[in-house]
Design a protein around this ligand. Structure first.
Ligand code: DAH
Length: 342
């Protein structure tokens, strides 16, 4: 019997193993080696069958006691290993909460965005809805429906990026007017800000720039309504003392057409560098919607009339913020943009 179950030997092997164990992985390995189904203690148990029957119960007890003892040793070892590993992890993941955080740089609103936001707020106060048109248009919406058919001399006023087929990059937010009138019965009162494109690139032109279009169509709309609305717009955007004046002009989609000036907000109209001594600054184009345009959109010009206006956002931004070089608006330098938030 002594020979078959030499518990002393196993015990000292387990003692040694437990001493050497430094990680959960070796702990698992050693547990398998001694306590696993095919481990050394299980092997001893199997040998019991080789003993004479009367010796078996006593030997079984000895082996069971050995198993319990071994389980206890490994449990103690597991507790110690876990504690040690947790300590190491705490050390590894230690965070120094006194270190300064990483600073995120703040951006700034582009002057165009500030102007558009301000215009939207002024005009929505007057009951205008926002319509966001599309930048890719067809020739029809950008020109023909706006009373500018092919070969019309007014097409020369706006160089165009043609995209192939009938498509082009819109040269004016006016194209949106046609979509609105096609889809909605009057009363119509919309404001449409957006990007437009023309192949010009010099000190005062960029191939991409921004416009803001306005359109009002209803029964009995007159040029007086346009003038009243423009006065309100000029006071809100450029200052309470600012006046407007209308000068005759030409656009194919309006009749009559006007250029709108505001009295110089820099010198109060006396004449200065900004207004080139005239006392007036041109800010936008406008007019009464041409009968032909209303007809093209399925609106009866004998029943309804309307006015429209269109302005360049960069121009308004430059005037309002005193920016003297348009290129600054297209460089995307945040230090530049940071100056204009009021
Ligand atoms: N679309 C014109 C342009 O880009 C601006 C304009 C003028 C718009 C008169 C209008 C208008 O709605 O009535 O030059």
């Amino acid at each position: 019997m002594q020979e078959i179950i030499n518990t002393d030997e196993i015990k000292s092997a387990i003692d040694q193993a437990v001493k050497d164990i430094k990680s959960s992985a070796t702990l698992r390995e050693m547990k398998m080696k001694f306590l696993g189904k095919t481990g050394e203690i299980a092997a001893l148990m199997k040998k019991i069958r080789e003993l004479p029957p009367e010796e078996r119960p006593a030997t079984g007890k000895i082996i069971n006691a050995l198993r319990e003892w071994a389980e206890q040793r490994f449990d103690e070892c597991e507790a110690a290993v876990k504690q040690a590993e947790l300590g190491e992890r705490y050390l590894r993941e230690k965070i120094d909460v006194t270190l300064p955080g990483k600073k995120r740089k703040k951006g700034a609103f582009h002057p165009d965005t500030l102007i558009v936001d301000e215009l939207v707020s002024v005009f929505s106060g007057m009951g205008f809805e926002i319509y966001e048109g599309r930048e890719i248009e067809t020739d029809y919406y950008n020109f023909t429906a706006l009373n500018t058919p092919k070969d019309h001399p007014a097409r020369d006023m706006q160089d165009t990026f043609y995209l192939g087929g009938d498509f082009l990059l819109r040269t004016q937010t006016s194209a949106g007017q046609v979509h609105v009138m096609e889809n909605k019965k009057p009363p119509i009162k919309i404001l449409s800000p957006g990007k437009v494109y023309r192949p010009d690139d010099d000190a005062t032109h960029s191939p991409m720039f921004s416009q803001m279009e306005g359109l009002v169509v209803d029964k009995g709309i007159t040029l007086c309504d346009l003038k009243g609305m423009l006065d309100e717009f000029a006071r809100k955007i450029f200052g309470s003392g600012v006046k407007t004046r209308l000068r005759p002009s030409y656009f194919p989609f309006t009749e009559p057409s006007v250029e709108v000036d505001v009295s110089c907000f820099e010198c109060g109209g006396k004449g200065c560098k900004l207004c080139k001594g005239t006392g007036w600054i041109e800010v936008l184009g406008a007019g009464m919607v041409n009968r032909a345009v209303l007809e093209n959109c399925g609106i009866d010009p004998d029943e309804y009339t309307g006015f429209a206006f269109g302005m360049g956002i960069e121009r308004i931004a430059m005037l309002k913020y005193g920016i003297n070089n348009m290129k600054l608006l297209f460089e995307g330098d945040v230090r530049f943009s940071k100056q204009f938030r009021e």
